[in-house]
Design a protein around this ligand. Sequence first.
Ligand code: TPP
Ligand code: MG
Length: 335
Amino acid sequence: MATKVNRATAVREAPASRHSPELLLGLYRMMVKCRMCDEKARILFKQGKYAGNFYSNVGQEGGEVGGAFSLRKDDWVAPSHRDWTSCIVKGAPLKACFAQLYGKTDSPDRGKSTPAHMGYPELHIITPASTIAAQLMIGTGVAWGLKRQGKDSVVVSYCGDGATSIGWFHEALNFAGVHKLPMLYVVQNNLWAESVPLRLQTALTDLSDRAKGHGITGVSVDGNDILAVYEAATKAIARARAGQGPTVLECKTYRWYGHSEIDPAKYRMPEELAEWKKKDPIPRFEKYLADRKLLNDQIKKQVRDEITHEIDQAVEFAENSPYPAPEEALEHIWA
Ligand SMILES: Cc1ncc(C[n+]2csc(CCOP(=O)(O)OP(=O)(O)O)c2C)c(N)n1
Ligand SMILES: [Mg+2]
């Protein structure tokens, strides 16, 4: 006897993903890792464990992870002040990342830069400049060098919406366009540049339209949709590697906390934050994975337990690492 199916209530199985389970779980794990490390960095700062400041990326993990996940070891990353976690995506060990926050000798620059300004020469991560959008110029210069050397490595540079209103952003894009450089500019449009809302920075709706003025490709995606970002970035990186030139990838997203850990963000409405928290990229991707039977509560717990353990070890390592001697301030500098 044929089974009767109530078409109105029948549960459709989610269509299979275009991507392998390994890749999907890898993206998920990396987003959770970035979120947990960032939250830990905030707590440690609030506890007075390290000096300086910290610029949280929580809420923006879709762009952060998706933008650089498909990079090779010989590719480069040029992060901004808000992209400490991009070092984790590029493969930096958590011990080095936390030692960086603490300014200890086991940080890649032996405690020379401010906490969130982490570079890592070995992994081709360029130390962020404090000057907004400067990392785009430096990243573009590296891309030019790579092209001149005949290499097929690419550079991913991150910036915020505010950075796109600055001249250096346009100079970098212009130069990259003329020379068809292997660049991907990931613009994390979180709607605010410190206390300045996007509507007071530009009349544009899509910041990827900035690319048009320089004759290069511009794409805008939902930055809280990790797969949308990953797919757009992977395509752009492949184009860049094949000598087809640069791309601006705008990720529309939101930062959950203040500009930095000393900013209570009173300039924005609580309702705006509440709306964006509903679009949290992590539970959204968890649902995608659960619908495809790739994730359940047990795996979620296992992922978090493993990351917690790794973070605890990294923090202990950073706390036990010595501070550099004062005279080291004069080592490894140009003049
Ligand atoms: C040339 C320059 N102007 C101003 C500042 C101060 N500043 C630091 S971060 C920031 C806001 C940047 O906003 P956005 O580019 O949107 O990045 P977000 O902080 O939102 O990630 C400003 C104005 C600076 N560091 N450099
Ligand atoms: Mg911003």
